[in-house]
Ligand binder design. Sequence first.
Ligand SMILES: N[C@@H](CCC(=O)N[C@@H](CS)C(=O)NCC(=O)O)C(=O)O
Length: 236
Amino acid sequence: MAQSEDIANTVEPYQLYYFPIPGRAEASRVVLSLANLSWKDNEINFEEYGQMKRNGELPWGMVPMLRTPDGVLAESAAILRYIGNMAGLTPADPFHAAKVDEFIDGVEPFSQILSGTFSIEDVDERTRARQAVFEEEGEGTKNLKLLEKKIAESTTGWVASTTDMNIADIRVFTALFGLFSGNFDGVEKSTLADYPGLLQYHDKVANEPRIKAHYANISEGSLRWTYQPGAFADLI
Ligand SMILES: N[C@@H](CCC(=O)N[C@@H](CS)C(=O)NCC(=O)O)C(=O)O
């Protein structure tokens, strides 16, 4: 890829920068697409990330980062809310909008459950550490149970009890099922067999027409297979 200054000179008014994985940028990528904005997905490698950081292009020294016609925006939740507002994917009434925010912020501990394991160089040790996360008393298990409980409490099937799908669903769906793509040693998709409520939620979101269309044509070997309908059908 060209240097970051060159990327910024391309024509799309919205430019997202993140690593070539779903991770913290995936929900914003989906919503940028659903918003029909003209945008570019700049998948950067670690060296390019380092260069952008040294150049002072990243407001908080991290990615994702979004360039917009109004300026640069960092923090994945802020980016998601901004794009979600433009896409009509946030509720209008203040309470439901706040409930949506609650879920976007509430899923944060879950999205960090592997964070202590990335620095473990030995693959066997790393695998064991991640398996422990999903043992009975592990943080992964606690978080999956909590998420399943929250979804069961929904009055509409959408995570924040909204009438329609919104950015909270897209964040929870991409964070939750992205973890089981096989990209993380020691994290087995079979774990989800213990969570029928989560599998039902997967079915609901993956079959939502806009989500289904968005992931209909992913490339061979893509990590995004967990977002397609039927991805976990063998566990049901
Ligand atoms: N709170 C931030 C956290 C961003 C974050 O942790 N970004 C990671 C990638 S997932 C990063 O930039 N890591 C590079 C580094 O810290 O060296 C957000 O949600 O955007």
